[in-house]
Design a protein around this ligand. Structure first.
Ligand SMILES: O=C[C@H](O)COP(=O)(O)O
Length: 240
């Protein structure tokens, strides 16, 4: 467990025009000052993926998608297949992010089917799970997360990443206590085994990254807001 290399993921969500490529250049410059001790993955909007793949590869960063369709191809207007992400240079795809579960009604079954599509084309799925504030306050956090895990992860899967993201910590500046994070990550570890990276996401910033990344079974971070500016994102990468 201790030797799982840290993975720091920047989820740009629906942010970023072509001008955001400047942030990639800036991040590359910052990271060139020393060998990063973590893998760095940027998940931009799909419109930027192809264009970012080359500068990211040159800098040693990975790129990924933010979702994909569960079918490999077909008449699904507006959708993006796992194979298209792969073709654009992606190595990973974020699946079941709470914003997609909330605004697009994604269910565990759909997340599982998307993960199967991702695996089929050779993408590594990053499967997101997390509890609401109410579920935490009523003592159900571990049970809820376990339920998400059981429902979202394909049976035949070896290479994947889990990201624990309490919904109430996303974009709020609120973060669970180290003990609360450790408890959830241990429950996830017991279910997924020793080799699977488990990320923490939710208000990860340069000033709390070191503390969060030192918690047992926290193998990296899924970063939203603080991944949009290279200097902030680098602050988190440095902490890893
Ligand atoms: O995917 C990232 C998470 O939703 C966390 O977002 P945040 O760092 O803006 O809280």
């Amino acid at each position: 467990m201790e030797d799982i290399r840290k993975l720091i993921v920047g989820n740009w969500k629906m942010h970023g025009l072509k001008s955001a490529l400047d942030e990639v250049d800036r991040l590359a410059e910052l990271c060139s000052r020393g060998e990063p001790k973590a893998d760095i993955l940027i998940c931009p909007p799909a419109t930027l993926l192809s264009e970012m793949a080359k500068p990211c590869a040159d800098a040693g960063f990975l790129v990924g998608g933010q979702t994909c369709h569960h079918k490999l191809k077909g008449a699904y207007t507006g959708e993006i297949s796992a194979e298209m992400l792969k073709d654009a240079g992606a190595t990973h795809v974020i699946l079941g992010h709470s914003e997609r579960r909330l605004y697009n009604g994604e269910t565990n079954e759909q997340v599982k089917a998307k993960a199967e599509a991702a695996i089929e084309v050779g993408l590594i799925p990053i499967i997101c799970i997390g509890e609401t504030r109410m579920e935490r306050d009523s003592g159900q956090a571990v049970a809820v997360v376990s339920q998400f895990l059981a429902g979202s992860i394909p049976d035949e899967i070896e290479d994947f990443v889990v990201s624990y993201e309490p919904l109430w910590a996303i974009g709020t500046g609120l973060v669970p206590s180290p003990g609360e994070i450790a408890e959830i990550h241990m429950a996830i570890r017991q279910r997924v085994g020793g080799d699977i990276p488990i990320l923490y996401g939710g208000s990860v910033k340069p000033d709390n990254a070191e503390r969060l990344l030192s918690i047992a079974n926290v193998n990296g971070a899924l970063v939203g807001g603080a991944s949009l500016k290279a200097d902030d994102f680098y602050g988190i990468i440095k902490a890893a």
